[in-house]
Design a binder for this molecule. Structure first.
Ligand SMILES: *Cc1c(COP(=O)(O)O)cnc(C)c1O
Length: 409
């Protein structure tokens, strides 16, 4: 018999940058009985999660929820706004940007993949000036959309989306701005309306702390308008039916009821005012990331992201010295210490591993995770300059969190 009891005692340390650990509170919410998705109770749940997600995206406009992984919501963003043969400008920040670019090509779009040469672009955020320059050259306005990844999960760089908006506006170009914030939303600051994003794509299993299985499109009035004339084939992904039915709290096809219970709980947790709401969530992730980077520096290892102004609050990529296979180190850490780390993807496979510090973490889970890394690095023969665990402890001890965890009655 297949046993799923892989980890007999304690908690498995799921320190990959998504799926992130699911809090007990959310697991309990999801254990409620599945209800009739056409019945009267469902509308309350539907309205609650749709309103909650508008607050998380920081938008007044519609949010669409799909029973699909993030990849599905990528396709929805393209299929609802574009027509066969349309030119789209995508920007290469790493593996996820590359996958979205490949998808756009497979859907019959004319993609142009802009970026810095080699792996240089995989160490930095989006260079908005390159986008502005390219758009200025496109005097015929052939380019219909600019697609960028907000938090590039393969490298640990969080791009400046406001700068991309400014670049498009400076070029006086009408292209839509489409953003993948699958791993950014609810961890890294994201403001849909204020930043002038037309379509934002997100997913459940990263900052929202849910299991995989639902994903999102946040829209702008311009995106909705453009979608009326977009000709790429779509049916399952079509916004129009979704947005119409969602007005009453219902969905055109069976939604992921139990994941929506979890989503309602996640929204409550993230938006809770006495905990400071989203701003505290963003600050908490920044603080964790600083602690983890202090550890990597103390080890004397290199951080994959080479531009401190775009260090990700969600994950940190740790580059191995020459000759060390990062996946072997990861495997040893997994087998010896029951700790999962993110693998190097695409161009950086074997060169680095990724430590996720998002969602249901705290100072002590991160100190423990760094302890697993430190032991594993030493056992793998990697020469360390000093103790990363000590550096992280020093960082956390000397930087109190913005909201006290416990207040005296
Ligand atoms: C996780 C992730 C995806 C892929 O989402 P799936 O849920 O695996 O389909 C895409 N882009 C980014 C930035 C991600 O982090």
């Amino acid at each position: 018999m297949l046993t799923l009891d892989f980890h007999p005692t304690g908690r498995h340390f799921l320190q990959i940058p998504g799926p992130s650990p699911v809090p007990d509170r959310i697991l309990r919410a999801m254990s409620l009985p599945t209800i009739d998705h056409r019945g009267p109770e469902f509308a309350l749940l539907g309205k609650r999660v749709l309103a909650g997600m508008q607050r998380i995206f920081q938008t007044k406009h519609p949010v669409v929820i799909y029973p699909a992984s993030g990849t599905g919501a990528w396709e929805a963003a393209l299929a609802n706004t574009l027509s066969p043969g349309d030119a789209v400008l995508m920007y290469e920040t790493g593996h996820f940007a590359s996958l979205w670019n490949r998808m756009a090509t497979r859907l019959g779009l004319q993609t142009e993949f802009l970026g810095l040469p080699g792996v240089e672009g995989w160490r930095r955020g989006v260079q908005a000036d390159l986008i502005e320059k390219r758009l200025r050259e496109d005097s015929q306005h052939r380019i219909k959309a600019v697609c960028v990844v907000h938090n590039e999960t393969s490298t640990g760089a969080t791009s400046d989306i406001k700068a991309v908006r400014k670049a498009i506006d400076a070029a006086k170009h009408p292209a839509l701005l489409m953003v993948d914030s699958i791993s950014g939303l609810a961890s890294a600051e994201y403001r849909h309306d204020e930043w002038g994003v037309d379509v934002c794509v997100s997913g459940s299993q990263k900052g929202l702390m849910l299991p995989p299985g639902i994903s999102f499109n946040a829209l702008s009035p311009k995106a909705l308008e453009v979608s009326k004339n977009a000709k790429l084939p779509k049916s399952f992904w079509a916004w129009d039916e979704m947005v119409e039915m969602n007005k009453t709290g219902y969905f055109p096809y069976t939604p992921n009821t139990n994941l929506l219970y979890g989503l309602a709980e996640a929204c409550d947790m993230l938006l809770e005012e006495q905990q400071g709401g989203l701003d505290t969530v963003f600050a908490r992730h920044q603080r964790w990331a600083e602690g983890v980077r202090a550890a990597v520096r103390a080890w004397g290892l290199e951080i994959q992201c080479a531009d401190p102004s775009v260090y990700s609050p969600v994950l940190t990529g740790v580059v191995m010295p020459d000759g060390v296979d990062a996946d072997k180190v990861r495997q040893l850490i997994y087998e010896r210490f029951d700790l999962s780390l993110g693998t190097g993807l695409g161009k950086v496979k074997g060169r680095m591993f990724r430590i996720g510090h998002l969602g249901d973490c705290n100072d002590l889970t991160l100190v423990a995770a760094l302890g697993g890394c430190e032991m594993g690095l030493k056992l793998s023969g990697v020469k360390l300059a000093g103790s990363g665990v000590q550096a992280a402890m020093d960082h956390f001890a000397s930087h109190a969190s913005a909201v006290p965890l416990k207040k005296a009655a």
